[in-house]
Design a protein around this ligand. Structure first.
Ligand code: HEM
Length: 503
């Protein structure tokens, strides 16, 4: 053998041995905790348990049945703990005030949306949050109503055209997503939706969105996939990048339009999101790249989340006609049965829709849109009522999709029963057993906006259609674990126009 070949082989062998030695050292010095979890393999930890792709909620539920409310996993040497019991949820999100999200999830999301509220930590997160909080303040909700009404009408038209008079099942998420996108453009950006919404077919956008969420999951579990160059190699990846290109263009156009304004406009005590971030003339309150990233973040979070919630709500109402009838009776009580039954709702009318509100709450209990909230442990904390120490550096996943189904807090947990929220919560009360919008200082910045938008959209379509089931309970349960819950098959319902259904 030539001397250089021998040298090359020796170098490769020693490099591999070096890498293995480091991995082995990381593995043997990994933190230990006294928490049950599946058996591990040296160096890779529990990687084999998450080989199946996509990872479904079923999988985590099986682990929960086996190991209980506190479960430990190892992502290589990294300690990951899933938390379901509300006592621990309270300790993590409220008492210990942990606010940092883990780099595993944030760096995957950062690939697409850059540096915004979802992905930032530390002082930059604080600065963004302080700026954005007031733009979704409850006092502003009245200003958003018209935008929600228009988005709701668009949602309704889309359902009508997709369902061909009730003959074909309609994909709820796509219709709701575009309605929500239109509302967001008007309410938060203050721009004509037709100018900003990507000029590509709606089904392409929603397919891309679905792929994005799948890709984010892949990137979280397989960090070597976190490269846009690799993404470009697949047709799915190219479709995602095309969609992102359009979205980014829309956001940049909104910034340019706002920058081109010469004056602030009528004085307002509170401004819209874009007006807060960009001043007339183009001066920005954050570095320009962060303004763009924040608008991308807010557009993504404001549209997909509410569309997911509406999809599950309509599917559940189709499967539970007694609650659909109750909601419609309430709508008739509030809006009357005269010629203006279909009018835009006022804030006072919306506030009196208590049955509809309890339906939304129960939907979010069974299918919390954001299934897991991640936190990094900054300083050692103690869980399980102070019995289990968790070391600094561990990653915690708070799991509303498990917490919301604990029978001691929600008896008969799989039953869709909105009356739980009508009559106050049944079962043993716990302040942290229900957290669809998170808790503590890192909770959802758009929770009030979301609640109202979903109510307006559902009040709009429930006055126009009777919903019959196409997706079954099993289809709803067959969801994947990504940033937001997405069912493996799109959620579909039949939408029968009310005149034709005789109601
Ligand atoms: C039904 C709809 C929605 C649900 C269930 C929901 C739920 C959540 C949850 C659980 C979190 C994570 C909190 C945590 O990590 O502790 C969150 C964060 C966030 N949500 Fe929502 N959300 C919804 C709609 C919205 C809307 C409409 C917007 C924007 C207008 C929005 C913007 C955000 C942002 C920016 C964050 C990150 C906040 C931060 O880290 O400071 N969400 N949301």
């Amino acid at each position: 053998m030539a001397w250089w070949a021998w040298l090359l082989i020796q170098s490769v062998v020693w490099c591999c041995a070096g890498v293995l030695a480091v991995l082995w050292w990381l593995w043997v010095t990994k933190p230990h905790v006294d928490i049950p979890g599946p058996p591990t393999l040296p160096i890779i930890g529990n990687a084999l348990d998450f080989l199946e792709h996509p990872v479904t909620l079923h999988k985590i539920r099986d682990f929960h049945r086996q190991y209980g409310d506190l479960m430990r996993f190892y992502a290589g040497p990294k300690l990951v703990i899933m938390v379901a019991h509300p006592d621990d949820v309270q300790h993590i999100l409220v008492t210990s005030k942990l606010v940092e999200r883990d780099p595993m999830s944030t760096s995957a999301m950062r690939t697409f949306i850059g540096d915004g509220l979802l992905t930032l930590n530390g002082s930059r997160w604080k600065t963004h949050r302080k700026l954005i909080n007031p733009t979704f303040h409850s006092e502003l909700l009245g200003n958003f109503l018209e935008a929600f009404h228009e988005g709701g009408l668009y949602f309704s038209e889309r359902l009508a055209s997709d369902s061909a008079g009730g003959a074909a099942p309609a994909d709820v998420h796509t219709a709701a997503f575009f309605g929500a996108m239109r509302s967001f453009c008007s309410a938060a950006v203050g721009a004509d939706p037709d100018r900003l919404i990507p000029d590509i077919p709606e089904h392409e956008v929603s397919t891309s969105l679905r792929h994005v969420l799948a890709v984010v999951q892949t990137m979280m579990l397989r960090p070597w996939w976190r490269s846009l160059s690799l993404l470009r190699l697949t047709s799915e990846g190219r479709a995602i990048l095309k969609y992102y290109g359009h979205l980014r263009k829309g956001v940049e156009e909104a910034i340019a339009l706002r920058s081109a304004a010469t004056e602030e406009g009528p004085a307002k005590t509170r401004r819209r999101l874009l007006e807060t971030l960009v001043k007339p003339g183009g001066q920005t309150t954050l570095p320009v790249s962060e303004v763009r990233d924040e608008l991308m973040t807010m557009t993504m979070t404001a549209t997909d989340t509410t569309a997911v919630c509406m999809s599950f709500a309509l599917a559940l109402l189709a499967l539970h006609p007694e609650w659909q009838d109750a909601a419609r009776r309430e709508l008739k009580d509030v809006f009357g049965e005269g010629g203006d039954y279909l009018r835009a709702p006022s804030l006072a009318e919306l506030a009196s829709l208590r049955i509809l509100e309890s339906i939304i709450k129960e939907t979010l209990r069974l299918f919390p849109v954001v299934p897991m909230l991640s936190r990094v442990v900054g300083e050692e904390i103690w869980l399980s009522k102070g019995q289990v120490p968790v070391p600094k550096g561990a990653i915690l996943f708070v799991t509303p999709f498990l917490t919301h189904r604990l029978p001691q807090f929600f008896p008969d947990p799989l039953k869709f029963d909105p009356s739980r929220f009508l009559e106050g919560r049944s079962g043993e009360e716990h302040p942290c057993s229900y957290l669809p919008f998170g808790l503590g200082s890192r909770n959802c910045v758009g929770s009030q906006y979301a609640r109202l938008e979903v109510k307006v959209f559902l009040a709009t379509v429930l006055r126009r259609f009777r919903f019959l089931p196409h997706s079954r309970w099993e289809d709803l349960e067959n969801a994947t674990l990504t940033i937001t819950i997405h069912t493996v098959k799109p959620i579909e319902v039949y939408c029968v126009p009310l005149q034709e259904s005789g109601l």
